[in-house]
Design a protein around this ligand. Structure first.
Ligand code: NDP
Length: 349
């Protein structure tokens, strides 16, 4: 029997940055037998997501995913693969399949497809199957539904986005522009990322939070104040944005990556001063979770695909090569090594 590889959790890490040593790349048996209704899948691409960080802890602190167990194959969120063998009437050899939940970080695996498993519509992805894990995935949906469900966007609005050069942020900025926002300003962690936002994606302005004064830069870029804030990071960046928000404005509480390496509840507590600012200015800050809107997925994906196919959206992906680099890719993404969506290319069809 041949051996194939999987990626495992080597140890838990509660407080602190994830490290490559937290993961282990191991050989595992090639799955030879499949039973009725099962398919054998070869993984082509894997998604890496900040929310996986909580699965490294003994308790995740959220109700929608549990912790990874030491020595077990990592279960990620999204993956795309090709069907190698099928005893399931719905799938045939050669089908491309995708799921947004529970894809194991393995080169090959056997699965009885549940309803999260979908055949990839090749006409939608235009030959780029990785799009199933970036723009046409929960990532694209998070950006789109965050704006439409919690943003209350109007054409005159100034939209600020933190984590702006990442997977969700880079799309949220472009969607905001297409939804008519007057100005979109991005906050991110390098000059290269800032340049990408303004020169390639059409952001009005970009702020490097590591080298620039966020308060001064926001005042300069947002003379009419901030109407909508798409918050991917939380912490001191968000405290400073909230101070410059207008009355009756809206925070889209999408993520708080700046605290994901700390053992705090989600959403984390915010400083008293920020809380007062929200109250005094009647700013909404409701928690947003994309998984709460399954009934809106199809309609939203249709709009996103339309924009994509008509060339109105640019998609950027940072792709690590090989399953062996899955752990390092996750660690790099948590440190800001990516522009756009961080993916792992495991194999070709
Ligand atoms: P990204 O592609 O944005 O990758 C993470 C980015 O976070 C890094 O590239 C880095 O960029 C930035 N970052 C890391 N540490 C810090 C820090 N301390 N302060 C500020 N920025 C930091 O990931 P995603 O687009 O997949 O996710 C973005 C956010 O959206 C996350 O908070 C995630 O949890 C959330 N999310 C929420 C969903 C929901 O349903 N609510 C669904 C999916 C994602 P930089 O170089 O700019 O620092």
């Amino acid at each position: 029997m041949w051996n194939w590889r999987d990626f495992e959790l080597a140890n838990h890490g509660v407080n602190g940055e994830p490290k490559e040593e937290n993961f282990r790349f191991e050989q595992c048996p090639y799955p030879v037998d499949i039973q009725k209704d099962e398919v054998l899948i070869k993984t082509l691409y894997l998604s890496t997501d900040p929310a996986l960080r909580c699965r490294m802890n003994e308790s995740t602190g959220v109700d929608y995913v549990g912790p990874w167990q030491i020595g077990e194959t990592i279960e990620g969120f999204g993956g795309v693969g090709s069907v190698m063998k099928s005893l399931n009437p719905e799938f045939v050899e050669g089908d491309l399949v995708c799921s947004q939940y529970g894809w194991p970080w393995k080169e090959y695996f056997v699965k009885k497809p549940d309803k999260s498993f979908q055949k990839v519509d090749k006409s939608l992805v235009g030959g780029k199957i990785s799009y199933c894990l970036s723009i046409l995935s929960l990532t694209g949906l998070t950006s789109y539904l965050g704006l439409t469900e919690k943003g209350h966007i109007q054409p005159s609005h100034t939209l600020v986005i933190s984590g702006a050069a990442g997977a969700c942020g880079s799309l949220a900025g472009q969607f905001g522009r297409l939804k008519g926002c007057d100005r979109v300003i991005g906050i991110c962690g390098s000059d290269e990322k800032c340049k990408y936002l303004t020169d390639e994606l059409g952001f009005y302005g970009a702020i490097n939070y590591k080298t620039q004064n966020i308060k001064d830069e926001l005042s300069k870029h947002c003379p009419k104040g901030i109407d909508v804030y798409f918050d991917n990071v939380g912490g001191t960046i968000s405290d400073q944005v909230i101070k410059q928000m207008n009355k009756d404005s809206h925070v889209i509480l999408c993520g708080q990556i700046s605290v994901y390496n700390k053992d705090v509840p989600y959403p984390p507590p915010i400083p008293e001063e920020t809380q007062q600012c929200l109250q005094q200015n009647n700013i909404t800050r409701e928690r947003f979770l994309v998984l709460n809107y399954p009934e809106k997925f199809d309609e939203s994906l249709k709009q996103i695909a339309e924009w994509l196919l008509s060339g109105k959206i640019k998609v950027k992906e940072t792709v690590a090569e090989g399953l062996v680099n899955a752990g390092p890719a996750f660690v790099s993404m948590m440190r800001g090594g990516n522009i756009g969506k961080q993916l792992i290319h495991v194999a070709s069809p």
